[in-house]
Design a protein around this ligand. Sequence first.
Ligand SMILES: NC(=O)c1ccc[n+]([C@@H]2O[C@H](COP(=O)([O-])OP(=O)(O)OC[C@H]3O[C@@H](n4cnc5c(N)ncnc54)[C@H](OP(=O)(O)O)[C@@H]3O)[C@@H](O)[C@H]2O)c1
Length: 255
Amino acid sequence: MSDMPVVRCLYSRPSAEPTDRSVRQESPVDDSVDDLQGWYGVERPTVPGRPWVALNMVTSIDGSVAIDGASGRLGNATDRRILGALRAAAAIIVVGAGTARRESYGAPRKAGQRIAVVTNSGRLDATSPLFTSGAGMAITHERATVAPGIEVIRAGADEVDLAQALGQLGTRVPPGGWAVLEGGPSLNGGLLDLDLIDEVNVTSSPRLVGGGGPRMITGAQEADRSFELVHQLIDDEHYVFSRWVRRDRLGRRLS
Ligand SMILES: NC(=O)c1ccc[n+]([C@@H]2O[C@H](COP(=O)([O-])OP(=O)(O)OC[C@H]3O[C@@H](n4cnc5c(N)ncnc54)[C@H](OP(=O)(O)O)[C@@H]3O)[C@@H](O)[C@H]2O)c1
């Protein structure tokens, strides 16, 4: 662990609602955060009929989620530890087919963990490590043709019905199990349209990159969904890690 960046806490949500709504300058409340699993593996509230959805993304200061078409150069070791902590705690990983293809998804570290790849085209490579490992499965619609050997969840007549698909995923995860959503921007857009993003974990990478990389969410209708900051961490490489939860879904059992 000694070659890893040191992580500190900038903010941690108090258990009681603040009475003073003025802007505060936060000073570190925890000098050293070693147990990222403890911070990111917390129990999530339950929502009716589907698993809780926790988005995890990394962006540049200017909001791009890709350099040269991929996210790898935006992250650092702490970002990868947080990705690992979220994956370890989640019951399932959900990702868009564009991201799975572009980022060459393979099997997750946790034995038995599944990665559900959302696709309208059904264009998935059954010979890729993601599917030969048995970890991958497809989420598509009734009319799509998917390569033999890939397990498929079908929701929607001729395009994926994301709400129905999450409902079906919910029947496959244990009670209290939640989904980590790893993008990309188009899938996030579809989920935002339906208000199905419950939590956002975002790494702010300390760089401006310009270029034409997408934002975290593309293709969605303009919306105004408000979130509450749960915690904010910083490491000594100036990466900032924020965890936001959809307002009104925090600390409230919805089922
Ligand atoms: N910085 C980060 O944290 C991060 C994370 C993820 C991705 N990215 C970057 O984002 C870029 C990819 O963006 P993207 O928007 O193309 O990613 P994406 O959402 O993963 O992929 C788009 C594809 O996913 C499928 N899809 C998405 N929404 C769907 C829906 N509602 N119903 C059915 N299928 C759906 C479709 O696949 P079919 O074409 O097969 O129908 C669609 O063409 C890459 O540069 C990647 O590196 C960055």
